[in-house]
Design a protein around this ligand. Structure first.
Ligand code: AP5
Length: 252
């Protein structure tokens, strides 16, 4: 297992520092995870991070963390707009997301490497990411696209539950907790995300479909795109993910 970033700087923004996790591995790797909402990016990201180290930088987690805890202060105007869009199931505007990522450029330069989950989602975001990476002298190893049939995605999202305390993710059928409604790890209450309601799921899938093709084409042109069929169970999908990472030579 490699060093797992604790994401303090990512979640809290400029000025916050992560704990020192000790020496980094021989070769920090830099991946983007792509795919529709509910395809299982977060589930795979958790496994990749647990097995191979690095930091999972999820824009969705960033927004949800801000929604839960603003340290007693009102969120910034940009963050307030992001939170309102997310609640409706809509994408947050490119300018807002890019600004929030740019503020956290130190995370992209992290010596442990990174796994970007949920960013970029549009061609403008992908181009902005390239610009930020040039500034911090890093480059992507690959963009991994997970795909699965829409009916399966809707089923995964409507059954998803999250621990209110530690945010671990479950599925009421596919990955049920040992005790119904309670987190296996911390005993916290399991809740449903607001944007996992049927109407918001529909809007999210539509928003994704409208923006995904140019992003896939962008990474395909650069020879960075890898595709993974995510319709199997989490272990089967992870076996493919591991193969892809091995083929990239990013594992020690
Ligand atoms: P974000 O949090 O990134 O949500 P998302 O992309 O909609 O992805 P999800 O987290 O919903 O799905 P996932 O693919 O990670 O699936 P998971 O592993 O949980 O973003 C939320 C919102 O923030 C967006 O809608 C948008 O408004 C905004 N936003 C974020 N980034 C943005 C950006 N860059 N630009 C603009 N707006 C942005 O799996 C789902 C369920 O399925 C779970 O219950 C899991 O247990 C189960 N499951 C997973 N894998 C499997 C499997 N292989 N077999 C069976 N069940 C499985």
């Amino acid at each position: 297992m490699g060093p797992i970033g604790n994401r303090i700087a990512w979640l809290q923004g400029p000025g916050a520092n992560c704990n020192d996790l000790g020496p980094a591995g021989p070769r920090p790797w830099h991946l983007v995870l792509l795919g529709p909402p509910g395809v299982g990016k977060g589930t795979q990201a958790e496994r990749i991070v647990r097995e191979f180290g690095a930091c999972q930088l999820s824009t969705g987690d960033l927004f949800r963390s801000a929604a839960r805890d603003t340290g007693g202060r009102a969120p910034s105007a940009a963050m307030a707009m992001a939170l309102a869009a997310m609640k409706r199931g809509e994408l947050v505007s490119d300018g807002t997301v890019v600004e929030l990522v740019r503020e956290r450029a130190q995370c992209l330069a992290c010596r442990y490497g990174f796994l970007l989950d949920g960013f970029p989602r549009t061609i403008d975001q992908a181009q902005a990411l390239d610009g930020i990476l040039v500034q911090v002298n890093r480059h992507l190893d690959a963009a991994i696209n997970f795909f699965a049939p829409e009916a399966l995605i809707v089923e995964r999202l409507s059954g998803r539950r999250l621990c209110k305390q530690c945010r671990l993710s479950y599925h009421i059928v596919n990955q049920p907790p040992r005790l119904p409604g309670r987190c296996d790890v911390c005993g916290g209450e399991l809740i449903q995300r607001e944007d996992d309601q049927p109407e918001a799921i529909r809007i999210r899938l539509r928003a994704y479909t409208a923006t995904c093709d140019p992003v896939l084409a962008y990474y395909r042109r650069q020879g960075l795109l890898r595709e993974i069929d995510a319709s199997g169970n989490p272990e089967a999908v992870f076996a493919h993910t591991r193969e892809v990472m091995q083929s990239l030579g990013v594992l020690a």
